[in-house]
Write a protein that binds this ligand. Sequence first.
Ligand code: DAH
Length: 347
Amino acid sequence: MQEQLSALLAKAQNELPALKTRPEFEAAKARFVGPHGELTALMKQMGTVPKEQRPALGKLINETKGQLQQQLDAALRTIEAGELQAQLGPAVDPTLPSPDAGPGTYHPLTLVREEMCRILRKVGFTVADGPEVETEFYCFDALNTPPDHPARDAQDTFYFPDNARFGNVSKKHAHEKYLLRTHTSSVQIRTMLKGEPPIRIVSPGRVYRRDTTDATHSANFHQLECLYVDKHVTVRDLKALLDYIFASLLGPDTKTRFRPHYFGYTEPSFEVDLTAKHLPKVNKEWIEIGGCGMVDPAVFAAVGYDPETWTGYAFGMGLERLAMLLYGIDDIRYFYQNDLRFLKQFA
Ligand code: DAH
């Protein structure tokens, strides 16, 4: 019996380390220690052993059982390590350059944004930034947009729950409803509250609206906002600036026109169209590109500027729309899909 037990151990020592898979392991485990296995068979022979030898033999069987179990555990650990290694694949060095990484390219929206900022810096504008999470004050109230204005509807604007609080607004407005800004015009308010006229800023950034995505709509997109506040600013200054920036961006043959419109924060207000013979997407049509106007006295009042002293113009436009015209892109969704076949065309 003792010999059989040590033969069993030796056999296990021989076979178990060579196991590669779980089914092999389960089969071996059944063979060695299962209810129909070899150890059980030996234990069943206890009855044939003289009574006085039984305690010593019982102890030996238990020891053997323990050793078999240890060997089985070790074999299972080896198999598990093998499985993990198979999942991980060959060792990688994450610091090595990827074999198929070419030089990076700028995203087309980045290209248009930077070009617009460069064009505006040349005539004295500085880049201003504002948060994407705003309260109703910065996005609507200070911009002379009354509480019942349709743009403020929960159908169009993403609101945070009533109890949401963010640390980016002054104490006075901290208890208002928070929202994702629907336009970059909120940066006008931020900038005027922070500083003193004269002010000349351009503010590109991401904005959010509850739009269903299609070829021309996206629930988040980008705008570029400009604000100029000084003494004796006129509509002519505004028109001249728009002519200058679009001719600089799209070519000297680009023309702009104003159509009367309504915005709460400007008076008078206009929609801006442009046409450019040489752009295939424009196709000799007038294309609406943004909104603009002379800063409404109510906006100056909201930020504590004397409307009798200060005048100004503001405009805002969509960066996607501009990039689509410039590069001949016909679906806004291309901008967000990160498809290298699209992005590499802007190298
Ligand atoms: N905020 C407007 C929009 O999102 C665009 C706009 C219109 C901006 C007139 C302005 C402005 O600064 O004066 O459609």
